[in-house]
Design a binder for this molecule. Structure first.
Ligand SMILES: *[C@@H]1O[C@H](CO)[C@@H](O)[C@H](O)[C@H]1NC(C)=O
Ligand SMILES: *[C@@H]1O[C@H](CO)[C@@H](O)[C@H](O)[C@H]1NC(C)=O
Ligand SMILES: *[C@@H]1O[C@H](CO)[C@@H](O)[C@H](O)[C@H]1NC(C)=O
Ligand SMILES: *[C@@H]1O[C@H](CO)[C@@H](O)[C@H](O)[C@H]1NC(C)=O
Ligand SMILES: *[C@@H]1O[C@H](CO)[C@@H](O)[C@H](O)[C@H]1NC(C)=O
Length: 558
């Protein structure tokens, strides 16, 4: 607590410095304001709320804004949100000079421009030893999360997903003050149940910033809590998904799927919109925090982040740090993703000391996929290949006869001019650990009529199928080089690729996944973040006729 108090008092100090600076620069600023009188969404942050009556607080916000914009009507017009449950403040469309005038009022702590955040990204819980089969563990001590309400700030939910089934759940806790909002393709009455008990969407900050209506043709999304992207459905499944028996990807990874707290209730606060940059505005995020605190969630989970350089924890431009500060002050723990910018050091996001920052790890499950070369040597790669055996087919490595022979076989720049690949399996090498290198190689090989791909790369700790039943098997550089030497030595190299198998429970040390951001905090290295690390697998269901909603693009499946 000492740390929090220090942080806040230093925030006040810098605020005073800032105001002084404004006074000194006042003459120049008027000039600047005349040049840019354009209104932008600003967040006016006023700290702890001073009243318990939310209506009074909003009236106070309108009155305060009216003194700057000239009239009550203009104040109501320009206000986007009044924050009044978890803390006090508002978001409003203001010119630069209006923002400056407000920042000089004694009630105001900070005024900052709105900004955008982006999205981050069947065995996990048994592996963490909180198996539902064991009667003696945390899961049973907590009745599998029964009675707990998990709030998520994300891209929305796909309510038809089987993970939101409410079989065997008691009625909604009476203390719950939230609800489900209706909207485009989302009926708040029928799409919610005793599992999904809250669903709201927040877009006003995003719209006011973009100054135009949200075009759901250009940006496939729904003006409702419905998830068009898959991210929010994925994160809520991991946190609190119900039991789904016999879940698998075409038989691979077969098991009972469930969230960490399978009997917890889920409340979705949709703050991110499906535009190319995956945007969630601070004004909307703060409103979601404000309402979640009011609604009565017990814990909040966010898989959103900003970019390096990070803002200081007390800078409202990082809406997550300030929103979560007020949530924690109200007794609600906030769990945030560490982000996926690893493996370099100091890439962790969401580093405020009051946030529980979570990294991603590997688990003890693998998908061995036999590659038998024409010389009868069998090499085990890793893949999610559930198709038929690719029997004794030609194997090629795109050689470059020039001075730089390695260049032709780079996965992310494969291009084939001739028919040498038709009906064959291709070997390529890459130094890129992200899935995007694999995806582009698969497209190039398929386009040239190839029937399979072997990728030699460093572990990226991200697994998934390569399109529908296309074998793309990952090996390390040593095995890849072994395959390459075989190709170079054989007159007509061949290969047989067998379907993948699922292997669990083999002793394997847990690693923080390559993609997961590393600490320490880039703001202050004394903050050793992330705090904890856990695996998080994306689930697909092979059950027939089960609407599963949208799936994340391949390179974002973590
Ligand atoms: C939602 O469904 C209920 C029950 O079927 C129906 O009465 C109500 O009109 C629907 N609401 C909307 C907004 O479609
Ligand atoms: C949305 O975008 C599409 C394609 O660009 C366009 O045809 C349509 O008129 C736009 N809709 C609105 C409401 O602006
Ligand atoms: C799951 O699969 C097993 C084996 O095929 C079967 O015995 C069991 O009934 C299935 N359970 C459900 C809920 O479908
Ligand atoms: C590989 O094994 C097959 C079947 O056992 C055998 O016929 C063939 O000669 C072997 N090839 C080599 C190169 O050893
Ligand atoms: C592909 O063909 C074009 C035109 O024939 C040629 O300019 C290019 O160098 C070729 N690329 C490769 C990789 O062989």
């Amino acid at each position: 607590m000492g740390r929090l108090l220090i942080a806040i008092s230093s925030c006040r100090t810098s605020m005073i410095l800032l105001v002084n600076l404004f006074l000194i620069l006042n003459g120049q600023n008027r000039l600047a304001a005349a040049v840019s009188a354009e209104s932008r969404v600003h967040i006016v942050y006023m700290g702890e709320r001073q009243h318990n009556d939310p209506k009074l607080i909003t009236k106070f916000h309108h009155d305060l804004l009216a003194t700057i914009v000239g009239s009550k009507e203009a104040a109501v017009d320009s206000m986007v949100y009044s924050y009044r449950h978890g803390f006090s403040g508002f978001a409003a469309k203001l010119t630069q000079s209006q923002a400056q005038q407000i920042s000089e009022l004694p009630e105001v702590v900070h005024v900052i421009p709105n900004r955008f955040h982006s999205l981050q990204t069947t065995r996990t819980w048994d592996y963490l030893d909180i198996s539902s089969y064991s009667p003696l563990n945390l899961l049973h001590d907590t009745h599998m999360g029964d009675g707990i309400i998990i709030g998520l700030l994300d891209t929305g939910v796909w309510p038809e997903s089987v993970v939101f089934n409410d079989d065997g759940l008691e009625p909604i806790p009476a203390r719950w003050k939230g609800h489900c909002e209706s909207g485009q393709l989302f009926n708040g009455t029928t799409d919610c149940n005793r599992k999904l008990i809250g669903a709201k969407y927040f877009i006003d900050g995003f719209l006011a910033e973009n100054n135009q209506p949200f075009n759901t043709t250009d940006n496939p999304d729904y003006m409702s809590p419905r998830d068009s992207f898959g991210h929010g459905t994925h994160t809520s499944t991991i946190a609190g998904g119900s039991f789904v028996a016999n879940a698998s990807y075409k038989g691979l990874a077969l098991g009972t799927s469930r969230g960490g707290a399978p009997r917890a209730r889920i409340a979705m606060y949709k703050v991110c919109w499906n535009v190319p940059q995956g945007q969630c505005s601070s004004a909307d995020i703060l409103k979601a925090f404000d309402e979640a605190i009011h609604d009565g969630v017990d814990v909040l989970s966010l898989s959103l982040g900003t970019q390096i350089p990070l803002f200081a924890e007390v800078d409202e431009r990082d809406g997550i740090a300030i929103g979560s500060f007020h949530a924690v002050a109200n007794g609600i723990p906030v769990v945030c993703a560490a982000a996926n910018d690893g493996p370099a050091a100091q890439t962790v996001h969401n580093t405020a000391p009051w946030i529980i920052t979570v990294a991603a790890t590997t688990l003890d499950r693998s998908f061995p996929t036999p590659i038998m070369l024409g010389n009868n040597v069998t090499i085990l790669g890793q893949a999610w290949y559930a198709g038929k055996e690719i029997g004794l087919t030609g194997l090629v490595y795109p050689e470059n006869p020039g001075l730089r022979p390695a260049l032709a076989g780079v996965c992310e720049s494969l291009s084939f001019n001739h028919t040498s690949v038709d009906g064959k399996v291709v070997l390529c090498f890459t130094t890129v650990t992200r899935r995007s290198a694999v995806s582009s190689a698969v497209s190039a090989v398929r386009a040239a009529g190839g029937v399979g791909l072997i990728v030699a790369k460093n572990p990226g700790h991200v697994m998934g199928p390569c399109g529908d039943d296309f074998p793309c098997v990952v090996v390390d550089y040593e095995l890849g080089t072994q395959i390459l030497f075989y190709i170079r030595s054989a007159r007509s190299p061949t290969v047989t690729i067998s379907p993948s198998k699922t292997l669990v429970g083999k002793p394997a040390s847990t690693k923080v996944a390559t993609f997961s951001s590393r600490g320490p905090s880039s703001i202050t290295p004394a903050i050793l973040k992330p705090d904890i690390a856990a695996p998080g697998a994306l689930l697909r269901f092979s059950k027939q006729n089960t609407p599963i909603g949208p799936l994340l693009p391949l390179d974002q499946q973590l």
